[in-house]
Design a protein around this ligand. Structure first.
Ligand SMILES: [Zn+2]
Length: 166
């Protein structure tokens, strides 16, 4: 399952979610720009896509997840993200095609998810408890769905425990 799969409108769903906010130094102009992302709790479900569509199945991982390369979102969720940052909108990256991408508040260039989520300097690549602390998260008690790529780590679980204390 990847974000390139376009047959399924949504591949991930959850009873609630959080908008996460951090800051990223723009790779082009060096401006410190706000960026937003999505966190879902351990109760989320992800669609396991089989070669035989009759065998597609919703699975329930035991961990919270941060979702990247989001290519489909309900309007309600997009509105929440854009309320936090109007610079989050559909855009294009050479590496991964069209998806919802953060854009630099100063120069407008895309801040691609590969960099934000996949590189140590990336705003949403959580490397330490200090970075978890520095990530702002706003819990939203509304149903969630998207098509995107979930990622998992013990630090993501730590962030989720802060958002949704047991
Ligand atoms: Zn910039």
């Amino acid at each position: 399952m990847t974000s390139q799969d376009t047959e399924h409108e949504y591949t991930l769903r959850a009873p609630r979610y959080a908008v996460i906010q951090s800051r990223q130094v723009c790779w082009r102009c060096g401006h410190d720009t706000p960026v937003v992302g999505l966190l879902v709790p351990a109760e989320h479900e992800q669609l396991w896509i089989d070669d035989d569509p009759d065998l597609d199945e919703w699975e329930r991982p035991d961990s919270a997840s941060i979702v990247s390369h989001v290519s489909s979102l309900p309007a309600t969720v997009l509105a929440r993200l854009q309320a936090a940052s109007p610079h989050y909108r559909m855009g294009s990256s050479k590496a991964a095609g069209d998806y919802f991408i953060n854009h630099c508040v100063e120069c407008g260039v895309v801040q691609g998810d590969h960099f934000l989520y996949g590189e140590p300097e990336g705003a949403f690549f959580l490397m330490s408890e200090g970075e978890v602390e520095a990530t702002r998260a706003t819990a939203i008690d509304e149903p969630f769905a998207c098509r995107g790529d979930p990622s998992y780590s013990s630090l993501i679980d730590l962030l989720a425990q802060r958002v949704w204390p047991a």
